[in-house]
Design a protein around this ligand. Sequence first.
Ligand code: SF4
Ligand code: SF4
Length: 488
Amino acid sequence: MNLIDTRARGGGAGAQGPEIWFRAGTERPGLFPGLARVMEAFFAKHRKRLPYVHAAMFVAFLVAIVLPLFLPLPPEDATPLNNFTVAVNFAFWGIWFPLVFLSVIFTGRSWCGVLCPMGAASEWANRVGLQRQIPRWIKWEGTPIVSFLIITILGQTVGVRDHPLGIAEVFGGTLFAAVAMGFIYGRKKRAWCRHACPIGLLLGVFSRLGAVQFAPKSKHPGGDAYAERGICPTMISIPRKEESRHCIECFRCVKPSSPGGLFLRLRAPGEEVAEIRTHNPNAAEIWFLFVGTGAALGGFLWLILPSYQTWRMALGSWAIDHNWFWVGEAGPWWLMSVHPEAREVFTWLDFTMIVGYMLGWAALLAAGLAAATGLSAWLAGRFGGDSTFRARFVELGYQFAPVAMVSLLIGLGGKLFDTAVTAGVPAAIMGDLKAALLAGATVWGLVLGGRILARQGVSLPARFAALLPGLAGSLFVVFSWWPAVAGG
Ligand code: SF4
Ligand code: SF4
């Protein structure tokens, strides 16, 4: 990550690229230039109204996480149409999660810039807060990965998908952390969104696959840079912007009539990943892709695989043999699900097992995907690929983005599919749809992997060999998630 002061950024010297179309009055680059122009003009014109949208979302968000805490438990036959608590649960897991995920492919991180109440609250707090320098531990590339693991695992142990208290704790806690970090750190910035938000990290990685790009009209050389003094709330140096992942699409740097700033460009999904070497590839992002997918997988599989119960019994017996009877006691409500009224009380044994199982899957998947990527990168080098092993490894790691994204959608956004079944769509058709999505993502990953290898200078016949480990890695992910497909 380059650190620059935007006051000192270069002038026109060395500027290159898309400014030619703007100054010459020719057609804007990218797909559907007319549509891109209309979208850009609309949001640039109405950008100042976004705070009203954020305020409305903030109120709705608070009502959704707080009100169910004061309502009686929903009856067994309650539906989203006749019970507020069930409706909130459905809104989070049946609508918000899958649709935000899917929207990244079509509109990038539009959720972050246009709708998210947490990021907006963090920025509001920042205006009235202490505005301290952002410390190095927050800027560390691993911070959002740790934050993702904590939130994902805590979500499982407190039952975020089933209990209003779990939703309130996980989402309320995230909101509190966003506001607190905004209040303390940064100056007119969103330190939380750039450095710590677990959702932002997820959306950022997959926004690289998206069809929307904000590109500089006047591109300065030197690669992507970190700028704490510019207009961008997520500290992107506007004229040097190359990657999509930190752009929350707030439209502050977009002025259609100006020769500077960014312009909205539509592109084929996956373009940025195929050309990743010119879009600031990042090793931490790859490790997140591997580890995060594995943790999410573990969070799904512990509920259904017999191996979880087998190991739980074994650990429980071992603990009793050693007089560790406390493992059978319930822990604090903020760490694990303690809901006797809903016939669910987790003990320290459950807590330990869930955490261990999720971290175990995270380690297993990360090891498998790293081995596959490493083999691909090694083969690419043997077949004439340029650059270092590490650079090839990082670039090739992105080939797993499609399969990781679809598997997360199917596993964690499963309520959307369940609802379709409840609404009358045959379960077999939903199962086929999930299988088709996974197959499509695998093929997409192969195509992207092939294009990455081509950019590395690997010849066409050799690319097939270098793609085989990538195919094995994708199939490993697909078959690990298969119980979610087979389950309907
Ligand atoms: S990064 Fe997180 S808090 Fe910030 S806008 Fe996106 S989802 Fe919201
Ligand atoms: S690059 Fe522009 S649109 Fe993207 S977050 Fe920064 S200011 Fe907003």
